[in-house]
Design a protein around this ligand. Structure first.
Ligand code: PXP
Length: 253
């Protein structure tokens, strides 16, 4: 009789970018992203994720300063691989840095980073961030060439982009959804075999989180837009508690 080893605990990083989006729709000071982050902490978030975009469309430099000073849980600082962002990360030394691709015209981070095409530059880019003590994560598609490149440049973590899986679910194309999930499953195992820590995120909802949470190699999910959207109807703490409960149920099932 074979005994299945227990799965590693699964952390939830709550992305608070869209609290800042609502604030910036009017200008002014509310809703305050730090207040949302503290509520998320109280509701059981293991970390807070914030993306300082080059165009500052949601999170601002002052928000990052307030989060660094005010959070009790780790900050996962998402950023593009630019000199400006590197300098900001080196100044704040967040617990984790997640390198994402960024296009000004996009509404959200559309795809994963093309690590394989930019290996040399990225290796030099992340080295000082690691030396400063931040865990470096690379946001990539579930693709073996990207995973191998992320490993070669010295990233400790990869975050697998779950957007295609979630989009296929939302469109009702369940064959495509299941194919995307199979790809995520295979690539999570592959990345883990190379010694990379595996995270996942983008577009996850109450309906799509369970199969990703059940992947044994995935140890962190980063979820933002749906939680903040759901908070309008049920409140932030219940939305986080429900997401956590779904994650835990999938993990132990
Ligand atoms: N992970 C990364 C790297 C992201 O860029 C984002 C979106 O900012 C997320 C997770 C969260 O995605 P969503 O807001 O769709 O849950």
């Amino acid at each position: 009789m074979s005994i299945t080893p227990p799965k590693a605990p699964l952390r939830l990083g709550v992305n608070i970018d869209h609290v800042a989006t609502v604030r910036n729709a009017r200008g002014g000071a509310y809703p305050d992203p730090l207040r949302a982050a503290k509520l998320a902490e109280a509701a059981g978030a293991d970390g807070i994720t914030a993306h300082l975009r080059e165009d500052r469309r949601h999170i601002s430099d002052a928000d990052i300063e307030a989060l660094v000073a005010g959070l009790s849980v780790p900050l996962n600082f998402e950023m593009a691989a630019t000199e400006e962002m590197q300098a900001i990360a080196l100044r704040h030394k967040p617990h984790a840095v997640c390198i994402v691709p960024e296009k000004r015209e996009e509404r959200t981070t559309e795809g994963g980073l093309e690590v394989a095409k930019d290996e040399n530059r990225l290796a030099h880019f992340i080295a000082p961030l690691r030396e400063a003590g931040s865990r470096v994560s690379i946001f990539i598609a579930a693709d073996s060439a990207q995973i191998e490149a992320a490993s070669r440049i010295g990233a400790q973590v990869i975050e697998l982009h779950t957007g295609a899986y979630c989009d296929a679910h939302a469109e009702g194309d369940f064959a495509a959804r299941d194919a995307e999930l199979a790809r995520l499953t295979e690539m999570a195992t592959y990345a883990d075999s190379l010694g990379l820590e595996v995270h996942a995120g983008h577009g996850l909802t109450f309906d799509t989180v369970a199969p990703v949470a059940a992947l044994p190699e995935v140890v962190e999910l980063n979820i933002g837009h749906f939680i903040i959207a759901e908070a309008i109807f049920m409140g932030l703490e219940p939305a986080i508690a429900q997401m956590r409960a779904l994650m835990e149920a999938a993990r132990s099932g």
